[in-house]
Design a protein around this ligand. Structure first.
Ligand SMILES: [Zn+2]
Length: 133
């Protein structure tokens, strides 16, 4: 799909836009939970909405239902540090994600999980082209 078509469809149908957005978030991590690496079944707010966290890509990460439910209303970075499956590379990835550096976040997640495959290669390609320009 051409990028201009996507913008057009988004304007036409906000629900389509939301669905595509949620899909793209899961694709960034190869549909795995950013915290523990299990299949991601939900979108988690790193900074909870109750603490002013926004529903934007930088604050929304793919998470399994177990992590999402257990974390509840806590700040993800504090919560994550106490988990048995804590991995500093994933913690760095979450931080990079929060800062909007998805490219770095994905690289860190790949480092933490060598089996992890990025299915959204177009995104990475687009960004490298953007950086080269
Ligand atoms: Zn999880």
């Amino acid at each position: 799909m051409h990028i201009n078509d996507a913008v057009f469809l988004e304007d036409l149908c906000p629900k389509f836009r939301l669905r595509q957005w949620r899909k793209s978030i899961h694709k960034f991590t190869g549909k795995s939970c950013i915290y523990c690496g299990k299949p991601s079944e939900s979108i988690d707010h790193v900074i909870p909405q109750s603490q002013g966290g926004l529903s934007i890509t930088e604050n929304c990460v793919p998470a399994c239902l177990s992590c999402n439910g257990d974390k509840s209303d806590e700040n993800a970075l504090y919560w994550y540090r106490r988990q048995k499956f804590y991995d500093p590379r994933r913690a760095m990835a979450i931080r990079a994600w929060l800062e909007g550096d998805l490219r770095l976040a994905i690289r860190l997640l790949q480092w933490a999980n060598p089996n992890f495959k990025v299915k959204n290669k177009n995104y990475l390609k687009d960004e490298s082209e953007y950086k080269a320009a």
